[in-house]
Design a protein around this ligand. Structure first.
Ligand SMILES: C[S@@+](CC[C@H](N)C(=O)[O-])C[C@H]1O[C@@H](n2cnc3c(N)ncnc32)[C@H](O)[C@@H]1O
Length: 276
């Protein structure tokens, strides 16, 4: 609960950062600081008002799932615009699915699915007889995911749930995908979530993770150092994801690739006869 409040504080920081960022850009274009600030407010405020209207509208009946991870209800209305704008569009999703090597008829679970872009692509890859389910504790993310799937004609299922308490039977999925999600969980919850991923995978099931790792280029620390104050992100940036995966019982843990020297792809397997 405490972490949920911390997340909300970070969420509300975003508009102010947007105003500062817009002011900085306008100053680079040669405006004085006060003209730049005024123009930034004029540009950003209407967007903020629309956002305010969205997040204060009646909430869906289903409440968010309890978690001490950083949920992202606040980002639901613009998440699908934001991701491609920062280079995390369909190319990034396709790369993630490439490492998953999904075969026709397989059952896929996407943990922390957000608005469900990857879940829907995974459903396509699983073809006839396959299935894809997305879970996220943020009910607004799930609301957008369900609406988009309905609109685009997908039979994907989306449920409000947290990775550390998956509402699925043991050995019910062939693949678990975790995209840009683990850095939202404090270390102990991350380990608990990975144990849950292990439990719901069938023997020989695969785990695919795309997330932040220790930056390959030290220049990244110039912008990333404030993130070290958040235990969930710091844990990733210190390179601890593979050891959490190993502790959960997974084998064949492989680093498969990197994007921009920061977002890293790992795969791992729940070997037959491993921990049960
Ligand atoms: C950066 S978004 C990534 C969304 C999507 N997987 C993608 O690749 O775009 C991180 C998501 O993790 C979710 N999240 C936070 N805590 C979680 C938890 N305990 N279990 C599962 N998801 C969680 C957030 O609500 C958010 O939607």
């Amino acid at each position: 609960m405490r972490k949920e409040k911390v997340m909300n504080r970070w969420g509300w920081l975003c508009p102010w950062l947007a105003i500062l960022f817009a002011t900085g850009v306008l100053m680079l274009w040669g405006l004085s600081w006060w003209t730049a600030l005024l123009s930034a407010l004029l540009l950003v405020c209407p967007a903020l008002m629309l956002w305010g209207l969205y997040i204060t509208r009646p909430r869906p009946a289903e409440p968010s799932a309890p978690t001490n991870g950083m949920t992202m209800n606040w980002a639901a209305p613009f998440y699908d615009i934001y991701c491609p704008a920062v280079g995390l569009g369909r190319g990034f999703r396709a790369q993630t699915l490439n490492y998953a090597a999904i075969r026709a008829g397989e059952r896929i679970l996407d943990v922390g699915c957000g608005t469900g872009v990857l879940t829907r692509m995974a459903r396509e890859a699983a073809g006839q007889g396959g299935a894809a389910v997305g879970i996220d504790p943020a009910e607004r993310m799930i609301e957008v995911a369900r609406e988009t799937a309905l609109h685009e004609g997908y039979d994907t299922k989306f449920e409000v749930a947290a990775m550390e308490a998956l509402p699925f039977a043991d050995a019910s999925f062939d693949v678990v995908l975790s995209s840009l999600m683990l850095h939202h969980l404090p270390p102990a919850t991350k380990r608990q979530g990975l144990v849950e991923a292990y439990r719901v995978l069938k023997p020989d099931g695969r785990l695919v993770i795309a997330d932040f790792a220790r930056p390959a280029n030290p220049l990244w620390w110039l912008v990333l150092w404030p993130a070290l104050m958040m235990p969930s992100v710091a844990d990733n940036l210190h390179g601890r994801v593979p050891s959490h995966v190993r502790e959960a019982g997974f084998k064949q843990i492989k680093l498969r690739g990197q994007r921009a020297g920061l977002i890293t792809f790992w795969t791992a397997v729940k070997e037959k006869g491993g921990l049960t």
